[in-house]
Design a protein around this ligand. Structure first.
Ligand code: AMP
Ligand code: MG
Length: 432
């Protein structure tokens, strides 16, 4: 529908293409990294490249779920009974003793169930006599009560991790409980982040006339880390062909992907374009995407190294929106993820979110939060121009406003959630 329209800006002749087409260019240009064995301590957030089958069972032996007394359930069938305490067993120790008829063993949580016992009575339902040598069990205890069977959590031979699972803390716990020290995963890509522009000034240096601070590099490096990718700071590069080429060639040797910002328009000093065309052997795809912000986007693969390069626009909001729509999904694909995109939800506009009809999908920076009515309420997070980074920082979602006039207060509005923390209504987050 938007195909064929031409770019209005700065003499660029590339046709404007729909978001889906641009995503296809980017996503078809990357593939999941070859699996590697990874130590469990480094595997958090990685995607399992092979299913894991339990080599043993968990728990490995029958043990007590309570502090109390291990006994024979049949002895307690008649109600209150007195049993002879013949010993005690702690977690981590194997007791020598066995429980015979009319006997009990003092047992702590996690301690192995002594031979002969088939149930545990919790200490709260007992009292003792004769300095603890006799225990009074108040009421019957059912067979198996408070006993954790061997394999009750995980049976040997059971699939505990499916291929494609994103390894969260509990998965690492499961693997550790089985004695695994490593897991086969797709390695997370190490991503180099480069800012370009003569106007960009390092922190701590005085701002000269016409100069600004480099916002994109810290923001994009942060995005990499927040999404679980490796981040390599490639610094700021001036607008000259040699420096840009040098930085990109060096980056290709130590990064799995490179993200640049700035210099991709057709300004007199936009050398990123010139250099990337050379380094990709003319294969760089220079796109104009029917979205706002983040219309310009370039993607290609460096000749030789095969390193994917994402060239993002310089405006800070544009670079971050571009990251969300193109870079993050592509890097997630490289990392083996199957779910590439942020989740989207329908919300309720709490205020007008107006826009002008221009043939593009607009992505407005918004705050989304569940109201007491259980619905997701959406409002603007501030100024919506592509240099207004503050509103991006205040946002936890992007509202997807299809071409047209936007939405009115009370209308349904689709949002892409960037950060789920803070979604709950104030005071209802499950805290104190
Ligand atoms: P460019 O794409 O290089 O033409 O830059 C577009 C706009 O984004 C200009 O106003 C630049 O000054 C600004 N810009 C480019 N890179 C950065 C950066 N790293 N941090 C903040 N602003 C930037
Ligand atoms: Mg520039």
């Amino acid at each position: 529908m938007l195909r064929g329209a031409t770019c209005q800006g700065r003499g660029c002749g590339a046709p404007v293409i729909p978001l889906a087409d641009a995503r296809l260019v980017v996503l078809s240009g990357v593939s999941p990294a070859r699996p590697v064995e990874c130590a469990l301590r480094d595997a958090l957030g990685c995607v399992a490249a092979r299913r894991v089958i339990a080599a043993g069972c968990v728990p490995p032996f029958a043990n007590s779920q309570m502090d109390g007394y291990a006994l024979r359930a049949a002895d307690t069938a008649g109600g209150d009974v007195r049993l002879q305490v013949v010993g005690s067993v702690m977690a981590g120790l194997v007791g020598e003793m066995a429980v015979g008829a009319g006997e009990a063993v003092r047992i702590m949580t996690g301690a192995p169930l002594p031979a002969g016992a088939d149930a545990v009575c919790m200490v709260e339902r007992t009292s003792t006599e004769d300095a603890g040598s006799v225990v009074l069990v108040h009421g019957p205890v059912a067979p198996g009560e408070y006993v954790r069977r061997a394999g009750e959590d995980i049976e040997a031979g059971q699939v505990v991790i499916e291929e494609g699972t994103v390894l969260g803390p509990p998965h690492l716990g499961v693997l550790a409980s089985l004695g695994e020290v490593g897991v086969l995963v797709h390695p997370r890509p190490r991503v180099g982040v480069l800012s370009t522009g003569d106007e960009l000034t390092l922190p701590g240096r005085p701002l000269g006339p016409g100069a600004i601070r480099d916002a994109n590099r810290p923001a994009l490096l942060g995005e990499m880390r927040a999404s679980g990718f490796g981040a390599e700071d490639l610094g700021i590069v001036a607008d000259d062909e040699e420096s840009v080429a040098e930085a990109l060639v060096a980056a290709a040797t130590r990064c799995d992907a490179v993200v640049t910002s700035g210099g991709v328009s057709v300004g007199d000093r936009d050398y990123v374009r010139v250099v990337l065309d050379k380094l990709t052997g003319g294969q760089m795809r220079w796109m104009q995407v029917a979205i706002k912000p983040a219309k310009p986007l370039a993607f290609g693969v460096l000749a030789g190294s095969g390193t994917p390069v994402f060239a993002l626009p310089g405006n800070p909001v544009s670079s971050l929106v571009s990251f969300e729509l193109f870079v993050r999904p592509a890097l997630r694909k490289m990392a083996g993820h199957r779910q590439l995109d942020r989740p989207t939800f329908d919300g309720l506009a709490d205020e007008d979110l107006r826009r002008v009809a221009d043939g593009r999908l607009h992505l407005a920076r918004v705050v989304a939060a569940f109201g007491a009515d259980g619905r997701l309420h959406v409002r603007s997070s501030g100024g919506q121009a592509s240099h207004q980074l503050r509103a991006m920082a205040a946002a936890n979602a992007l509202a997807l406003l299809p071409d047209g006039e936007g939405v009115r207060r009370g209308d349904r509005v689709r949002v892409m959630l960037l950060d789920a923390d803070g979604l709950a209504p104030a005071g209802k987050g499950g805290g104190a």
